[in-house]
Design a protein around this ligand. Structure first.
Ligand SMILES: [Zn+2]
Length: 146
């Protein structure tokens, strides 16, 4: 019971808010990237000034921040791509009396037990009928927890 509620909340939260989150994330990542580059520049100046320890610390911070922001950027791109794919398709199953079965995308006006004018590939004289309309559920790929 509790698990079911949690799952519902998750799906409701991810669908509309994901785009906003990814733009915020990109903004933060860009700021971090700018700070990292600044740190690297300051490190170079400090190195030239003669303070090698301070320079190496700054360079280390800059490189780590740069690597992390790059990683986050790639991760968010991948997530937004997954969100785009996640539009559920509605499929229509068409069956003929001879047993031949075809599946196509839902078209306006489709309803179960509707007779179609599309001839059957095996017996063109028989009329086909819609036997099922359903939402295609794809297996979700495992997502990484950041
Ligand atoms: Zn047939």
């Amino acid at each position: 019971m509790r698990m079911k509620n949690m799952a519902q909340n998750q799906t409701q939260a991810t669908a509309p808010a994901s785009k906003k989150i990814s733009t915020y994330l990109t903004l933060i990542v860009l700021i971090v990237m700018a700070l990292a580059i600044t740190a690297l520049f300051i490190a170079a100046e400090t190195y030239l000034a003669g303070d090698q320890i301070a320079a190496s610390v700054l360079a280390g911070i800059g490189l780590i921040a740069l690597t992390m922001s790059m990683f986050l950027l790639l991760q968010s791109r991948r997530q937004s791509a997954e969100v785009k794919i996640e539009v559920p398709k509605v499929m229509t199953t068409i069956e003929c009396k001879c047993g031949s079965k075809t599946i196509r995308e839902f078209q306006r006006g489709d309803y179960v037990y509707k007779d179609l004018d599309i001839p059957c590939p095996k017996c063109p004289t028989t009329r086909q009928m819609i036997t099922a309309i359903y939402k295609e559920v794809k297996e979700k790929e495992k997502t990484y927890n950041v």
